[in-house]
Design a protein. Structure first.
Length: 376
């Protein structure tokens, strides 16, 4: 009987509610709640048939139908996670040739040397008589050294157009680690799809530097997306008290943390580092002061919203909003704030195969939202 009641509850929670209709600067759209009852959902990936994989921070990988219907049992075979503070099961991504390989990639906080670290595994998604499971689980990345805190794990996974896997991370709350080339914290990482280090990584062969490092000087990246026009990876990261950043991750570049920042120390507001600029260190494409706590990131290239094509969308935990950025090449020329304080903390942003925009809210009773166009 309890299982029947649970199933009925899930079915009820997964029915799309009549949505709110809103008018933005360029588009009239409807927000529909497809699913509630997700526990701190963190990331969303679309399977080729339109179904969705969603991570929940306590450690569950959930399957949702194309209509948002939440399946009662989580996907089996996921790794053990440390679900404390900002840790837990974080990003999910599919191999670029998923139809052939079946590989699903998961980023999470895992145990490491009496502490914890950002880690990545991959496993093959299999369906055994309707029971989904990850099999052939392979650990392909462990951030070393471990950290003792439970903050600033990151982490986002993005494949580039050459099939390289980029891991956008944090510095585990130990700011000086971001500048140390023998330490993987506070770096973006570039791997081959099986975890090997590409021989053309910028620090490969350099004495005292780890060959997996792609860029350095990052505080806590929680959004990353491939620019479909240029093939570059764009990423958002949390500043301290102010100074949230949007950056383009380029090989061998130093993004400054904690030497330069537009943020300040919490509480006192005192200066961090040497100021906001320094020779040899990158300036952000865009920065937010006061902080918005940016998370999921997505370029819009669909057909459902022609007026938004080419725009960049960022979820924001603070102010509970979706931020739309208009671009001119590598410059942000306009910002619009949507859904502010309406639905909760926006953790992830994705474009679906139907060209609609899907959002996850990071709450104890988290939701999957869908943005659809409404004719004027």
């Amino acid at each position: 009987m309890p299982h029947i009641l649970l199933l009925l509850s899930l079915l009820t929670s997964a029915v799309a509610c009549a949505g709110d209709v809103m008018q933005s600067e360029k588009v009239r759209f409807e927000v529909s709640v497809l699913t509630r009852g997700l526990t701190h959902p963190w990331s969303l990936a679309f399977l080729p048939d339109g179904r969705m994989l969603v991570t929940e921070r306590p450690g569950r990988l959930r399957l949702l139908g194309r209509d948002g219907l939440l399946q009662p049992e989580p996907v089996a075979g996921t790794p053990a996670v440390i679900a404390r503070g900002q840790g837990g099961l974080l990003d999910v991504a599919l191999h670029p040739d998923f139809v052939r390989t079946g590989w699903v990639y998961l980023a999470y906080a895992g145990a490491e040397d009496r502490g914890s670290s950002t880690q990545v595994v991959r496993g093959k998604l299999t369906d055994d008589a309707g029971v989904l499971r990850l099999t052939q689980l392979q650990q392909i990345y462990r951030q070393k050294p471990a950290g003792s805190s439970d903050v600033h794990y990151g982490a986002r996974l993005v494949f580039d157009k050459q099939g390289g896997l980029h891991i956008a991370q944090g510095e585990r709350g130990e700011m000086q680690r971001a500048q140390q080339l023998d330490d993987l914290a506070g770096k973006s990482i570039r791997l081959l799809d099986d975890g090997r280090y590409p021989p053309d990584n910028p620090f490969a062969g350099r004495k005292g530097a780890h060959p997996a490092i792609y860029s350095l000087g990052h505080r806590n990246m929680q959004g990353a997306a491939l620019n479909p026009q240029t093939g570059e990876i764009w990423a958002t990261e949390h500043g301290p008290q102010g100074g949230d950043e949007l950056n383009i991750l380029r090989a061998g570049r130093n993004y400054g943390w904690p030497v330069i920042t537009y943020g300040a120390n919490y509480g006192s507001g005192s200066k961090i580092g040497e100021g906001t600029t320094k020779a040899g260190m990158e300036q952000p494409i865009h920065q937010w002061t006061p902080s918005i706590a940016p998370s999921g990131l997505a370029f819009y290239a669909g057909s459902a919203f022609p007026a938004w094509r080419g725009n960049l969308f960022a979820g924001a935990l603070k102010y509970q909003m979706l931020v739309r950025l208009e671009l001119d090449g590598d410059r942000v020329i306009h910002e619009e704030r949507l859904l502010q304080n309406r639905y909760g903390r926006i953790r992830d942003v994705r474009t679906g195969p139907d060209g609609l925009i899907y959002l996850l809210t990071d709450e104890e009773d988290g939701a999957l939202l869908r943005l659809s166009p409404v004719p004027r």
